[in-house]
Every structure is written in structure tokens, then in C-alpha cells.
Design a protein around this ligand. Structure first.
Ligand SMILES: Nc1ncnc2c1ncn2[C@@H]1O[C@H](COP(=O)(O)OP(=O)(O)OP(=O)(O)O)[C@@H](O)[C@H]1O
Ligand SMILES: [Mg+2]
Length: 480
């Protein structure tokens, strides 16, 4: 079943039951109310009779004579559709149109089946007052159920009872009489439910289906279209999130393409160059010893470059695939930095650079971490500082510690790193164009690797660049 059909069926069924049951309850309530209005009428008729007798006759016997001697009661019964019994308060029947046995009559008067309780429910709908109703009861007499109004009334100083009885069949609710109405409600509820279900089903499922088609396109590698964001509901949010996901996949695919292109380009250049010089030597292009040595030097340098880039790539791949193993041992920063600087001595000398270093790590500060990874980051920072320094300038290396971390900063003077380069310099293969004329070697991998290592160690790598001074700050937490 498709989602649209599911929604339509669910909505239609639920709505159908709700409408049908509500309508059914309301009709029932109105019917009960209708019955009660009729009961009040019964009491009202009774009132009319008793008031007439009370106000017209001061002698009880005269009243009885009148009632039995004329067709007044008969007419009353015909008009109101009731049976009438008149009795005195000692339960002696004076007029008995239903021919009720004495025993039945007593039971009737003592009956406690008053109808007050369900009159209460419909008082809300019925405006009739109840004070004048007298006593309203229900009783079974000779296999018939009667609704009965009992009213006490005075003639002179004696009280009498006037009892109006109406067969229940006339007041009850034969359901068959309402079949047409029920059928109508049934059909109407069905129609409303199906239409609403269809409209809602279409409304809800259209965006989902549109989303579905768009995700299908994305999974086939078509990133050309953004999904139209629809509203602020969950589907709208999902659409926006799918758009974000799509853009990320697209970007990462593009950068993967760039990465592969640049990498193969770099490696091809190096191999072409190594191959070119090697062929030159074997085919005797270089004849003098000096020429051959020069060619061999170039081959050596290019091979070293090839080794470096392969090492960097290996490192990156290990980091990306999370197969790097972190060992923990105490790191001696002073020794580590001094050893690194020894390695860089030739380059420092070539560029006539001076190193100024301070070690202010508290003696009680002990950092247990991966020496090799930390050394890789610091080495990259020193290497960059040397490459991007103005000649004959000073590189400042500071090591300090606080309660939470060890902070190593490496500063050099040179061209500032601009704000728009802030994040780019950590991208793989990003190299600023401004050094192109200086022929500084590099692949744009040093900071990319360093940033990722910092991430692994839970450390921070950031920089500050102003007034021709670039300072890279590497902050390693102690308790990791
Ligand atoms: N100390 C620095 N001063 C000025 N610019 C810097 C400094 N360090 C990095 N950069 C800028 O950031 C870019 C990226 O540096 P990164 O170390 O990642 O690559 P690279 O040095 O060019 O090559 P690699 O490190 O792979 O040999 C550099 O090309 C340069 O533009
Ligand atoms: Mg570098």
C-alpha cells in the first residue's frame, strides 16, 4: 500500500467513526430530550386539570359529580392521549379510566421508579421548569409500560391525587423510525471522511514523494537540483537536511576528484623528472662528471620528495581510516624540539635564520601522549616557519604549561595569512599562491595532517597572524 493510500484509509476510517458516533450521540440526545419534553407536557396537562378543579369547586362531592357526570374527562383524555385516575390521599380510587385493580394502584403510588434522574441530563436542553411537574414515574401495568404524572391537589381542605398515565410505546424511541436518518448520517459521514482522507493523503504524501524522487536522483549521482524546502514541519526539516547532506556529498566528491587529480599530477611530475634524468644519464646526454653528478642530485632530491609525499599520504590515510595507534609515554618537549632543530640546521643556515626558544614547562607537569604524533605536528610547524620566514629573521619557539595543558607556539615573520585563508590552510593540497615566485617546495599537506593529529590527541591547533608575524599555537591537554 502506498503512503498516500495508507494516509487516506486511516484518516477516512478515523473520521468516519468520529463523525458517525458524534452524529449518532447527538440524535440520541435530541430524541431523549424530545421524550422528556413530552413528559413535561404530561405534567402540564395534569396541572391544567387539577388547577381547574381546585379553582372551580369548593365541595369535593360536587367536583366528583361534575367529573363523572359530564364528558369533560373523556374529552381531556382524547386531547392529551392519556388515561386519568383520580383518588383521595387514602388511596381510594374515585375515578378510574384504566380500570386499575386496587392492589396495582397501591403499588403504583409506592413505586420509587422516578424519572427525575434522566430528566436531569436533558435539563440542559429543556427549558421547562421542574417545580410544577409533580411526581413523574415509570411503572409496568398489565404488561404495558407507562409514564405517569402524579399530582396532589386540594379541594376545600382535603387533598386529592390526579394521575395521568401514558403508554410508553407512544413516548419510546422505536429505532426503526430513524433508519432513514441514520442512513443519511452514515452516507454523509462516509462522504466527508473519504473526501477529507483523499485531500489529506495527497497533501501529506506529495512532499514525501517529491522528497523520495529527489533522494533517488541524488543516489544516482545527480546533484544538480536542490529539493524545494517545504514548510517548517518535519518533512520540511528533512528536505533541508537532505539538501545539506547532498551539498556535503557533492563537495566531498569534488574535493576527492581534485585530490586524485593533484596527487597524480604531482607524482607524475616527479617520476617524469626522475625518469628524464635517469634516461639522460644512461643515453649519455650528460657526458661530464659534473653534469652526471648534477643529474644524480636531482634524482636524489626528487626521490626524497616522492618519499615525503608518500609518507604524508600514508599518514593521512591512516588517520582517515582510523587505523592509527596511539601510544602513551612521557613527552620531553625540550629534548624533542632541540632534536628537531638539529635536523633543520642546514635550512636555518641557508636562510640565515635565528632561533629563539624558551621552555617554561613546569617541572611537575607531566604529559603522557603519543610522542611521534606530537613530533610530527611540531616538525610541520617549524618546517613551515622556516619556509615562510623572511630571510635573516628570527623564529620564536615557546613552550609553556598551565594546570590543564602544554602550549607550544611557533612564530615567524613573513607575509600574513589572510582571514579568508583561515580555514583553507588546513585543507589538503591548499597552498597560498603568494609564495609561487619564491619557489618554496611543498604539497599543502603539512597543516592538513597536523590538524587531524590535533583532533586525534584532543588538542587544538590554531594560528594568529598580524603585523607580519604568524604564530601557530599547538595546545595539548594534560589529562587525556
Ligand atoms: N608559518 C607560516 N607562515 C605563513 N604562511 C603559512 C605558514 N604555515 C603555513 N602557511 C600557509 O599555509 C599553507 C599550507 O601549509 P601546509 O604546511 O599545509 O603546506 P605546505 O607547507 O605548503 O606543504 P607541506 O607542508 O605539505 O610540505 C602554506 O602553503 C602557506 O600558504
Ligand atoms: Mg608545511
Amino acid at each position: 500500500m502506498k503512503i498516500q493510500e495508507k494516509i487516506t484509509v486511516t484518516v477516512a476510517l478515523t473520521l468516519f467513526f468520529v463523525i458517525f458516533i458524534t452524529a449518532f450521540s447527538f440524535t440520541q440526545l435530541f430524541l431523549v430530550n424530545n421524550r422528556n419534553v413530552r413528559l413535561f407536557n404530561l405534567a402540564e396537562q395534569n396541572n391544567k386539570l387539577t388547577e381547574y378543579i381546585s379553582s372551580t369547586y369548593s365541595e369535593p362531592q360536587k367536583a366528583i359529580d361534575f367529573l363523572t357526570g359530564s364528558d369533560y374527562l373523556k374529552r381531556f383524555e382524547d386531547i392529551a392521549g392519556v388515561e386519568i385516575i383520580i383518588a383521595d390521599t387514602d388511596m381510594n380510587i374515585l375515578i378510574n379510566s384504566l380500570n386499575l385493580e386496587n392492589e396495582d394502584f397501591k403499588n403504583l403510588l409506592l413505586s420509587s421508579k422516578e424519572i427525575k434522574s434522566f430528566l436531569n441530563v436533558t435539563d440542559l436542553l429543556t427549558i421547562s421548569g421542574r417545580q410544577e411537574s409533580g411526581k413523574l414515574i415509570m411503572a409496568d401495568i398489565k404488561n404495558n409500560r407507562y409514564y405517569i404524572s402524579i399530582k396532589e391537589f386540594p379541594v376545600k381542605d382535603k387533598n386529592y391525587l390526579s394521575i395521568f398515565l401514558k403508554k410508553q410505546t407512544e413516548l419510546a424511541l422505536p429505532p426503526v423510525r430513524y433508519t432513514i436518518e441514520m442512513l443519511l448520517i452514515f452516507v454523509l459521514a462516509g462522504l466527508i471522511s473519504i473526501i477529507t482522507g483523499l485531500v489529506l493523503g495527497k497533501n501529506i504524501s506529495t512532499p514525501i514523494m517529491r522528497l523520495n524522487r529527489s533522494v533517488g536522483r541524488i543516489s544516482n549521482g545527480d546533484y544538480s537540483e536542490n529539493i524545494r524546502a517545504m514548510g517548517k514541519d518535519e518533512i520540511g526539516i528533512l528536505a533541508r537536511n537532505v539538501n545539506i547532506m547532498k551539498n556535503k556529498i557533492q563537495r566531498s566528491q569534488e574535493s576527492l576528484k581534485d585530490f586524485t587529480y593533484m596527487l597524480s599530477h604531482e607524482i607524475k611530475n616527479m617520476i617524469t623528472s626522475i625518469n628524464g634524468y635517469a634516461v639522460g644519464i644512461t643515453e649519455g646526454v650528460y657526458s661530464t662528471e659534473e653534469e652526471i653528478n648534477e643529474a644524480l642530485d636531482i634524482i636524489k632530491n626528487k626521490s626524497k620528495d616522492l618519499e615525503n609525499i608518500t609518507e604524508s599520504l600514508l599518514m593521512l590515510s591512516k588517520i582517515e581510516n582510523r587505523i592509527i595507534e596511539i601510544s602513551k609515554e612521557e613527552v620531553n618537549f625540550e629534548k624533542m624540539i632541540n632534536d628537531l632543530l638539529k635536523l633543520y640546521e642546514p635550512e636555518l643556515g641557508r636562510n640565515r635564520l635565528k632561533i629563539k626558544k624558551t621552555f617554561a614547562i613546569m617541572p611537575e607537569t607531566k604529559l603522557f601522549s603519543d610522542k611521534y604524533l606530537i613530533q610530527t605536528v611540531i616538525s610541520n610547524l617549524i618546517n613551515n616557519a622556516i619556509k615562510y620566514s623572511n630571510t635573516e629573521s628570527e623564529i620564536i619557539i615557546n613552550s609553556i604549561s598551565d594546570d590543564e595543558s602544554v602550549i607550544i607556539s611557533v612564530s615567524n615573520s613573513g607575509l600574513n595569512i589572510t582571514e579568508d585563508e583561515r580555514d583553507k590552510i588546513y585543507n589538503m593540497f591548499y597552498r597560498s599562491k603568494k609564495y609561487e615566485f619564491k619557489n618554496i617546495k611543498g604539497f599543502g599537506l603539512g597543516l592538513a595532517i597536523s590538524r587531524r593529529i590535533a583532533g586525534i590527541l584532543g588538542a587544538d591547533l590554531d594560528f594568529d597572524s598580524k603585523e607580519n608575524i604568524n604564530t601557530f599555537i599547538f595546545k595539548i591537554p594534560l589529562n587525556r
